[in-house]
Design a protein around this ligand. Sequence first.
Ligand code: SF4
Length: 305
Amino acid sequence: MCGAHVARAGSLPYQHGVSAPLATLIEERAGHYNRRFVVRLADGASVEAVLYRGDTLCVSTQVGCAVGCPFCASGANGLTRPLRFEELRAQVQAVRAVAPELVRLTLSGVGEPLHCPDAAALVRWALDERLRATLTTSGGPLPKLRAWLLEVPHNGITLSVHAGTEATRARLVPHAPPLDALFATLADVVPLLSARRRKKLALAYLMIDGENDRDDELDAFADRVLAIGAAVHLYAYNPVPTSAARPVSRARYEAAYERLANRGLRVRMSSKARVEANGGCGTLVALRAGPPAPRPAREGAPVRS
Ligand code: SF4
C-alpha cells in the first residue's frame, strides 16, 4: 500500500576513517511500487531518493533547487548546494546495498542536474557499474544542455517543458530557458544526434489544473514538439503540501492525451509507479514535511506506460 509504513533503514557508512558517512539512509517509506528514502549527507543536509519498481533509482543532484517551479516541493526553499561526485555515488551505493537488483539510475530527484557540476561524472561512473543513467532537466543553461545531448553517455534525457507559450513557461518553470531559446537549441542539436539518441529524447508536460491545461496551450506545445520530432511524456501531477497547484481530472488528462496523440505525437502517460504518492515530479522533500498528500483517483483508468 502506498505510504503504508515508515521503517528505519539503518546507517550505511561508505568511507572508513571519516567521522560521518557520505550518505546514510535514515528513513524509508514503502509504497506498492516504490521505496522512498531520506538520505542524510555528511554535513547534515538531506536529500531523497526513490527506488521505482525495485530496479530504477531516482537520485537527487542538489540540496534544494534554484529553478523555482511553483508546483514543486523540492525547490520550495531554493538552492542550498549541489552534491559532489562522492556524495552522488554514495547515495547510489547506499540504496544499492538494500536493493542489489538496481539496473538503472535517473537523475530526476531533488535539484536540477545541469546545475550540478558533478552530475556528468556520476553518469560516467554508472556506465562502469553497468547502470544505465537517464536524467530529467528543465533545460538550462543551454550550453550545458547541448553538451549533455552531444557528449555525455546518458541513456536518455527528458526535458521538462510543461508549457506551449512563453508566459506559462515563465510561470511554471521560472528560472529555466524560455521556450523559443530552448527549442532553437533543440532544432540545432537534434539533427546532429544519432537515430538511437534521438529516440532517447523526450519532452515532458506536467498537467496542472488551471495553469497549462487549456487546449490552446496544448496546441502551442504540440506545434513546437512536431518541429523537433521528439516523444512526449504527459504527466499527471501529484499534489504536495508546499504548493497550491492541483492535478487535472482524469477525464481532462485523458482528453489531453488524445489531443496530443491526434496531432501525430508519440505520447506516453504516467506509469503506475509515477502516479503513486511516493513518486512523481516535484514531490520529493515533501516526505519530511508530513505524509504525502492524497493522490488523484486513478482506479480503472488506462495507464499506457
Ligand atoms: S521541478 Fe525540478 S527543476 Fe523545478 S524546482 Fe523542482 S527540482 Fe527544480
